[in-house]
Ligand binder design. Structure first.
Ligand code: SAM
Length: 238
């Protein structure tokens, strides 16, 4: 299926470049602090993806008992998943304690284990999960970091199980390059030490995202559609 990431690439790139100029002097914020300080308006801000969360939840296989959600935040994707499958057991990993507290306030009655950890470091185990999911989180990381993450996800999935990703995908090579160059320049300017997670969006093009997935073992990886800039992908362990 051919997936259109954005219909209005020229207009979109014009706005992006304007935004980059306006924010050129802004420093990078530490990842967890970034989300903590925006917690009150967070769910409203993400409501543009209401339909994407609904469609994302529908991509989970029918027989699915335990899933791992990486960068689960306050659980907007989980709100939809539990509507379909109220009994599903979820392990949600997020490095922002405040986001997890909000998730537990909403879903304390569910089969939920909330883990406050960096998923780049956290061990996902081996052949353990019916599905691994992530929505709007991985686009903050460099391809080399994502390659290691995808290998861990592949190892953690049961045979035949799926990794389901909903994420910000760059609409063209220029977007991928301009954001990555800006990010690296800001890290250098702010003397951010290696290994420290900071908030800045560095999406890959669909072609590069799929190459990365296939290079880490997910030979059957493909896009299911794109809604308001959130592209939905399924990668199977086969
Ligand atoms: C844009 S929010 C998305 C949250 C949720 N998936 C949703 O769609 O509402 C990104 C989340 O990823 C988390 N995150 C970013 N990097 C992370 C990392 N290395 N380990 C764990 N969580 C991370 C952030 O703390 C934040 O809660």
């Amino acid at each position: 299926m051919e997936v259109i990431i954005r219909k209005d690439v020229t207009e979109y790139m014009r706005h992006l470049k304007e935004w980059l100029m306006e924010t050129a002097g802004n420093d990078l914020e530490e990842m967890s602090e970034f989300f903590s300080s925006r917690l009150e308006e967070y769910e409203e801000h993400m409501s543009i993806w209401k339909n994407a969360y609904y469609k994302f939840a529908g991509l989970l296989p029918e027989k699915c008992e335990n899933i791992l959600d990486l960068g689960c935040g306050t659980g907007l994707e989980l709100d939809e998943i539990w509507k379909i499958n109220p009994k599903i057991h979820v392990t949600g990993v997020d490095l922002c304690q405040d986001m997890l507290i909000r998730l537990l306030e909403k879903h304390g009655d569910k089969n939920l284990k909330a883990v406050c950890a960096d998923y780049l470091i956290y061990d996902f185990g081996e052949s353990k999960w019916d599905a691994v999911i992530s929505f709007e989180s991985f686009h903050h990381f460099m391809p080399e970091q994502k390659a290691v993450l995808y290998q861990k996800i592949y190892r953690g999935l049961k045979e035949g199980a799926a990794f389901i990703l909903g994420d910000y995908i760059a609409c063209c090579m220029e977007e991928e390059e301009i954001l990555r160059n800006t990010y690296m320049e800001k890290r250098r300017k702010c003397s951010i030490p290696e290994g420290k997670n900071v908030h800045f969006d560095i999406p890959l093009t669909l072609e590069h995202e799929l190459e990365l997935l296939k290079g880490t073992g997910f030979l059957h990886a493909g896009a299911e559609g794109s809604i308001e800039g959130a592209t939905l992908l399924i990668a199977k362990k086969e």
